[in-house]
Design a protein around this ligand. Structure first.
Ligand code: NAD
Length: 289
């Protein structure tokens, strides 16, 4: 299939390379020359103009930093430039309102379009093991599914337009809350004189069981091996968690959903990132206790 790929950064670079490996003819565009050069060495054909890259394609995939950029790329270079029959897939993490707005504009120009944000970081993007949560019509999902399977291990239809972004931010808000709760409980257990490893052994098999404790233990040398054991390098950066929490807070405000714990978690991550910790894995929040 002839596919245009726009946004060849940390995530998009590996994803575009996996589409090439899956046998697609990938026409790549990024503002960064370095990203373009890497894409070329991975077998993509590169373009200096996104609107030219999308001419004549059957699908367009985007992996861009934020909603404002996604909207401007679709309005300026994709909608009305790609053939009306092309299916459009935005894999960026953006706000629900912009996702719905861009999909509506694409649909009125005759396109099928999905929002398809991912779970999994750079290693999963490179390894083709991302999970995609997809919003859009049944028809758009059916058209997008095979393309996404070339870049991931799981492709789930979440619901209508925007449902992929909704699933992503609600999941990550829950993750932030459980990470903070786990950090709080582990530190308190230690301050009360309980060996943190004993606490892990007990709570990970009791009603305190949760992913942050069981699969991503935030305390070095305790529980499973995790970024905590590598001085919080790698993993899921605090700055990206904060980005998702800000999107979650915007969505909560717009929908009127009460999020007392989500907003507290967002404030704690805002403070932690503001103190120069944005590049550390998000489990490093335990250091604040
Ligand atoms: P990145 O900054 O590494 O890559 C973004 C790329 O988009 C850059 O190469 C940049 O040059 C390019 N770009 C910016 N504006 C452009 C434009 N107008 N036209 C063409 N290219 C443009 O970011 P990333 O880490 O690859 O993240 C991309 C998206 O994936 C974000 O929405 C992020 O929230 C989401 N995400 C990232 C991770 C992660 O671990 N990095 C995990 C899950 C989801």
């Amino acid at each position: 299939m002839k596919i245009a790929f726009i946004g060849l950064g940390n995530m998009g670079g590996g994803m575009a390379a996996n589409l090439v490996k899956a046998g697609h003819d990938v026409r790549a565009f990024d503002l960064s020359e370095e990203a373009q050069a890497t894409a070329k060495s991975n077998g993509c054909e590169t373009f200096t103009d996104a609107a030219v890259a999308v001419e004549d394609v059957e699908a367009v995939v985007t992996m861009l930093p934020n909603g404002q950029i996604v909207k401007s790329v679709y309005e300026g270079s994709v909608i009305g430039k790609a053939p009306a029959g092309a299916v459009l897939l935005d894999c960026s993490t953006i706000d629900v309102a912009t996702a719905k707005e861009v999909i509506a504009a694409a649909e009125s120009a005759g396109h099928d379009m999905v929002d398809a944000p991912v779970s999994g970081g750079i290693a999963a993007a490179n390894g083709g093991t991302l999970t995609f949560m997809v919003g859009g019509t049944q028809k758009a999902f059916a058209r997008a599914e095979d393309i996404l399977k070339g870049m991931g291990k799981a492709v789930i239809h979440a619901g209508d337009a925007g449902a992929g972004q909704t699933a992503k931010i609600c999941n990550n808000m829950l993750l932030a809350i459980t990470m903070i709760g786990t950090s709080e409980a582990m530190t308190m257990a230690e301050k009360l004189g309980l060996d943190p490893q004993k606490f892990y052994e007990i709570s990970s098999q009791s009603s305190g069981y949760n992913w942050s404790l069981n699969a991503y233990t935030p305390m070095p040398g305790v529980g499973v091996e995790s970024p905590a054991d590598k001085d919080y390098q790698g993993g899921f950066a605090t700055a990206l968690m904060l980005k998702d929490l800000r999107l979650a807070m915007a969505a909560a405000e717009e929908s009127g959903a009460p999020v007392p714990l989500g907003s507290r978690a967002a404030a704690l991550y805002e403070d932690f990132a503001g103190k120069g910790n944005g590049a550390l894995d998000f489990s490093a929040i335990i250091k604040t206790y």
